[in-house]
Design a protein around this ligand. Structure first.
Ligand code: NAX
Length: 331
């Protein structure tokens, strides 16, 4: 029997991540090869941008995807989030010249109060929300707080791209295929303070730290390469990560929809319950296991080395500072 279509809202759909993401959703890579989708595409009410969005929709049409049932193109959040089952909040303003991180947070915060409210009032009763637009952790916190009728556990933000980056770096150093590397993990904020964990990662089932056997490299080169990879892509490409970010989001949603294999976890930014010393209520990256039925839990009992614990405390302090900056937007 044909499944009912899922309504998937993507904000910032005319942006570069949107361009890399939409064909992958429409071809079944996010929700599976038998799951029809309706794409509800939100952009800003600027003629040039809406015309570009129309061009993206024309290309999707020209792909004649069997699973793509319909598209809605709009600049109205209430229309975009109507009956949505998944909301992928990608759109936000980029950091301009001379702008500090705090300015970016203040600029983008209000977008997420409005969208959170619109999701609360118009989305489907089973809606789930994934935030990519930066600063994604704190934007997620704002959207979650603006949607009081939706359970907090339906909100997440993305560090799956960072996890994938860490996995690739460990594989390259060990001279193995990425598939040999498991349980790479990001803790904390999706920012330059993020904490790529090399202690719990494995390579062919053995401790990655033991296989690589180079603590200096792990605590400096590996750590900083992952933390600063976004900036390195901008320096090389002149544009921020898009294909890999879209790929990270495909992985992120699949991670939350499907049961996590035994003995494994995935990096997901979710609401902290105080685990690992991260203050309660912050949206922080943790090791997460999903049950395949919509539920998930933070993996407990991992031991953090003093090095990782210190770095996580710094990242959590940054998240607390961000929460303070947007306190006026939190209801
Ligand atoms: P682009 O500037 O190419 O596209 C963003 C789009 O969002 C634009 O088309 C813009 O018109 C739209 N937009 C802005 N305000 C909006 C609003 N209120 N409602 C709907 N649409 C709105 O950026 P892109 O490269 O696609 O990146 C999008 C976001 O992802 C940025 O905030 C970026 O920093 C963030 N990223 C997050 C990553 C993560 O791992 N969490 C990694 C990649 C990326 O840097």
């Amino acid at each position: 029997m044909t499944k009912a279509p899922l309504r998937v809202t993507i904000t910032g759909a005319a942006g570069q991540i949107g361009y890399a993401l939409l064909p992958r959703i429409a071809s079944g890579q996010m929700f599976g090869p038998d799951q029809p989708v309706i794409l509800q595409l939100l952009e800003i009410p600027v003629e040039k941008v809406m015309t570009a969005l129309n061009g993206v929709a024309m290309e999707l049409e020209d792909c004649a995807f069997p699973l793509l049932q319909d598209m809605v193109l709009t600049s109205e959040p209430d229309v975009a989030f109507k009956d949505a089952n998944w909301c992928l909040l990608v759109g936000s303003k980029p950091r301009g010249p001379g702008m500090e991180r705090g300015d970016l947070i203040r600029e983008n915060g209000p977008i997420f109060t409005g969208q959170g409210r619109a999701i609360n009032d118009h989305a489907a009763s089973d809606v789930r929300v994934a935030v990519v637009g930066n600063p994604c952790n704190t934007n997620c916190l704002i959207a979650m707080n603006s949607a009081p009728d939706i359970p907090d556990e339906r909100f997440s933000a993305m560090t799956r791209l960072d996890q994938n980056r860490a996995q690739a770096q460990l594989a390259a150093k060990a001279g193995v295929h990425t598939s040999a590397v498991k349980n790479t993990l990001i803790w904390g904020n999706h920012s330059a303070t993020q904490v790529p964990d090399f202690v719990h990662a494995t390579i062919n089932g053995k401790s990655a730290a033991e296989v690589i056997n180079d603590n200096d490299w792990l605590t400096t080169t590996f750590f900083e390469t992952v933390q600063k990879r976004g900036a390195a892509i901008i320096a090389a490409r002149g544009l921020s990560s898009a294909a890999s970010a879209a790929n990270g989001l495909i992985d992120h949603v699949r991670d939350l929809c499907n049961a996590t294999p035994d003995g494994e976890w995935r990096s997901v930014c979710v609401k902290s319950d105080g685990s690992y010393g991260v203050p309660e209520g912050l949206i922080s990256s943790f090791p997460v296991r999903a049950d395949g039925k919509g539920g998930w839990e933070i993996v407990q009992g991992l031991e953090l080395t003093p090095f990782l614990a210190e770095k996580l405390a710094l990242s959590a302090a940054e998240l607390s500072g961000e929460r303070e900056t947007v306190s006026g937007l939190l209801t």
